[in-house]
Ligand binder design. Structure first.
Ligand code: RRO
Length: 328
């Protein structure tokens, strides 16, 4: 506003106190398959489990949404210990789907998740088509389940991986489930394939509402003194910073091959890591292993994303999605 001119004394000056557009904080809200997430940082399966286990150390409400660990029809204790070993740049896990089973999830875990007040996405893992159908039908009819995520990608249960490594099987399974699922259906993809675009397109053509990738990369760690696998389940799935470039590349490939939203994850620890996924084409990101070192990682990421948006003059995180520039 210009200074008042000298000599004009009696004139009433009405000051405009409405917020100036440039002072407004950029928006972190995103919409995926009709679900509104207040911010694009989702709690991904892994150390966060079903939430209750970590609620005293992690502020779960800071996440834009919560994706559960996969639920199976029957309760599972998980694979023999050790279930997790550290590697130089991440974690190798062979948890083997420990969970309370469908009945236990609905009775014990879901009531707690409802109290969070953020969208809940329930991941399910069947060992057969029939089991997937049972899981989807039961979970989707529960109140406050925003979406069901079909995990065709678990590296530690043989049957789970069979679907996700084969585009035809993925198509058949997702088509069947889509017809039986009254809420949005997400599909979690495995990186343990030659061409992620082929499986991503198959899931989209079958009616998936969104894709989530990547699950962990299959690996093996050996104790050389004992000449035995370090994990009780022998092989495991690698997560953490080591897998990030692989994940970003696959998100980019899937996003280019499909029109449905992509949720990216794999080794995100800071805002710049998350931004790589957005720029590659992800509309939201998942964070899992990072909570081990940084329990408040969700709020840290949101602060970092906001400051990036301000610095670059973007009004919304959605403006960053798929903006990778490649000079020819
Ligand atoms: O529970 C596991 O062993 C597990 C699952 Br379901 C998954 O999807 N990904 C992973 O790395 N571990």
């Amino acid at each position: 506003m210009r200074d008042q001119e000298p000599g004009i004394k009696d004139q009433t000056i009405v000051q405009d106190r409405s917020p100036k557009p440039e002072a407004r904080s950029p928006s972190l809200a995103v919409e995926i398959a009709g679900i509104r997430f207040a911010n694009p940082v989702l709690a991904a399966p892994g150390p966060l489990g079903f939430g209750r286990e970590v609620q005293s150390v992690v502020d779960l409400r800071a996440f834009g949404g919560f994706v559960t660990k996969s639920v199976t029809v029957e309760p599972r204790a998980g694979n023999p210990y050790p279930q997790v070993v550290q590697t130089p740049s991440g974690w190798l896990n062979s948890l083997g789907l420990p969970n309370h089973g469908l009945g236990g999830f609905i009775a014990k875990d879901l009531p707690f998740l409802r109290t969070l007040g953020i969208p809940i996405i329930v991941s399910v893992a069947g060992e057969s088509v029939d089991e997937f159908v049972t899981l989807v039908e039961w979970v989707a009819r529960e109140a406050d389940v925003a979406a069901v995520e079909v995990n065709v990608a678990c590296p530690n249960v043989h049957a789970g991986l069979v679907f996700g490594v084969d585009a035809n099987l993925t198509y058949e399974l997702i088509s069947l489930l889509r017809a039986r699922c009254p809420v949005p259906l997400f599909v979690k993809l495995t990186p343990n394939v030659t061409d992620i675009a082929v499986v991503a397109r198959a899931a989209q053509e079958a009616g998936a509402d969104a894709l989530a990738l990547i699950n962990t990369i299959a690996g093996l760690a050996i104790d050389v003194e004992r000449r035995q696998p370090k994990l009780g389940g022998v092989t495991g799935g690698l997560s953490g910073p080591a897998i990030r470039p692989v994940a970003v590349r696959m998100v980019w490939e899937a996003a280019r091959a499909c029109t449905i939203p992509v949720i990216g994850m794999g080794g995100i620890t800071g805002a710049d890591d998350a931004l790589e996924f957005f720029i590659a084409g992800a509309r939201a990101v998942g964070v899992g292993s990072a909570v081990i070192d940084t329990p408040n990682v969700a709020s840290q990421l949101c602060e970092g994303l906001t400051s990036y948006l301000v610095r670059h003059g973007f009004s919304s995180i959605t403006d960053v999605v798929g903006t990778l520039e490649i000079s020819s």
